[in-house]
Design a protein around this ligand. Structure first.
Ligand code: SF4
Length: 175
């Protein structure tokens, strides 16, 4: 015990160094998302999230968009509690049998225009969990998917880039 205490006092914690802050390019990316959303919708983007059965790794990255480092609400992007207020539905994890109905109802409750983003390898085709008795499959087996963002889990920056690509694509289709 005394030895452990001494070691803890004299050695540095084993953590990875923080990546260098790149707030300028991050803010630029987020502003592009906001501009694109305003061009397509006339207002900023509202996102409803459904965890359809993930390990929560993807949620950690998604929630990071709202933390003090990314703080995307200051640039317009916001998560909403009701699907009736949402433009984008983000879904993580394989779709479990227990969550299939909830995912369908969430999708049905969203007003048009609406888009679905499947986040992470599991959301594409079940990933690590494919073949499990408890899952239905990937998100596209239950609701139409407009964009897959790969990764296990994808980083917050990849999530932002995916959102931007999706909205810009919708603007091009609408014009
Ligand atoms: S893609 Fe990876 S991090 Fe995301 S739910 Fe699946 S196992 Fe977890």
């Amino acid at each position: 015990m005394r030895r452990t205490l001494f070691e803890n006092l004299t050695t540095r914690p084993l953590t990875e160094p923080l990546p260098p802050p790149d707030q300028a390019s991050l803010a630029e990316l987020a502003q592009s998302v906001n501009r694109a959303a305003r061009a397509r919708l006339g207002r900023s983007l509202a996102v409803r999230h459904v965890d359809a059965g993930s390990c929560n790794g993807c949620e950690l990255e998604l929630h990071a968009l709202s933390n003090a480092f990314y703080d995307l609400e200051r640039l317009g992007l916001r998560f909403v509690a009701s699907p009736r207020h949402a433009d984008v539905l983000t879904v993580t994890g394989p779709v479990t049998k227990n969550m299939r109905e909830a995912l369908l109802r969430t999708y049905d409750a969203m007003p048009d225009p609406k888009w679905v983003i499947a986040i992470g390898a599991c959301a594409r085709d079940g990933g690590l969990f494919s073949g499990s008795y408890a899952i239905v499959g990937g998100v596209s087996d239950v609701v139409p998917v407009d964009l897959h963002i790969d990764g296990c889990p994808p980083s917050p920056r990849s999530l932002l880039k995916g959102l931007l690509a999706l909205i810009e694509h919708q603007i091009r289709r609408a014009s």
